[in-house]
Design a protein around this ligand. Structure first.
Ligand SMILES: C[S@@+](CC[C@H](N)C(=O)[O-])C[C@H]1O[C@@H](n2cnc3c(N)ncnc32)[C@H](O)[C@@H]1O
Length: 248
């Protein structure tokens, strides 16, 4: 009997402008304000992070091998990691809440597709993707919305597709009122990897790898907390028992 992978229902309901949550408006306005300076500031950050690139390389290889479809970089910002994944041989496009971040992404990477959209209401068909990446973007999602976001990731993934998350570790949110010389109002939700892994599981995704990296306190891009990277997969369904290899 085939086992059908099931995602927790996410509702798939968008937010009409009049009822849009305040945190989304604040996040969009904050990133719109910093967009022009963001790509220059973070241009060389990934080059200084070999372990982060190792997670991206592993994700890319797994997605390519599974061959289940394209990748969405959700919360892509100015597209620097979207372009990195494209360089690793993935068919990838970006989605971001901030129209100004998307405008910079389109200018910086004219060969790639970038759409304005929210991970709270993904405008993508069920089962369309081989991979979803959220690289430091779930950090702006409040706790009570996170399970719904992961259910949405599960919905848009094809069976056998992968999710890669990056986020700061911690227990208390950080609120910033200034960044890159602009006034902003932005919450950064730090989380424990075990808690995030539990929510991924509740959404129907199976966690297959976790990297906990100590903060870089000396380099050009100093960090205040540990950094977490979680890889999860939407179950592909059970194979025929006779075809399985023994495990040791
Ligand atoms: C810290 S930046 C990371 C950008 C990019 N992933 C990178 O590593 O350079 C967070 C990004 O997430 C986006 N974002 C925040 N909330 C979002 C949401 N609900 N849906 C889509 N994007 C969102 C922001 O607009 C911003 O561009």
């Amino acid at each position: 009997m085939a086992v059908v992978a099931a995602c927790l229902p996410c509702g798939g309901v968008g937010f009409p402008a009049v009822t849009e949550p305040g945190f989304l408006r604040a996040t969009r306005a904050s990133y719109d304000a910093v967009a022009a300076g963001y790509s220059g500031h973070f241009r060389d950050e990934l080059a200084a992070r070999p372990l982060d690139r190792a997670m991206l390389a592993g994700f890319a290889e797994l997605v390519r091998t599974a061959g289940a479809g394209p990748v969405a970089d959700i919360g892509c910002g100015t597209g620097r990691v979207t372009a990195h994944l494209n360089g690793l041989g993935l068919s990838v496009f970006g989605v971001d809440l901030s129209p100004q971040m998307v405008a910079v992404a389109r200018r910086s990477h004219p060969g790639l597709r970038f759409d304005v959209g929210s991970m709270l209401a993904l405008d993508l068909p069920d089962g369309a993707l081989g991979g979803v990446m959220a690289w430091y973007s779930i950090i702006h999602i409040p706790q009570e919305r996170l399970l719904g976001v992961f259910a949405g990731f599960c919905r848009v993934l094809a069976p056998g597709g992968f999710v890669l998350l990056a986020f700061q570790v911690g227990d208390e949110p950080l609120h910033l009122t200034e960044a890159l010389g602009h006034a902003i109002s932005l919450d950064f939700h730090r989380r424990q990897p075990g808690h995030v892994a539990g929510l991924l599981g509740q959404a129907g995704l199976v966690v297959s790898a976790r990297l906990l990296r100590e903060p870089d306190e000396d380099g050009n891009f100093t960090e205040r907390t540990q950094q977490a990277f979680l890889l999860a997969r939407k179950p592909a369904g059970a194979g025929h028992p006779d075809a399985r290899q023994p495990s040791y």
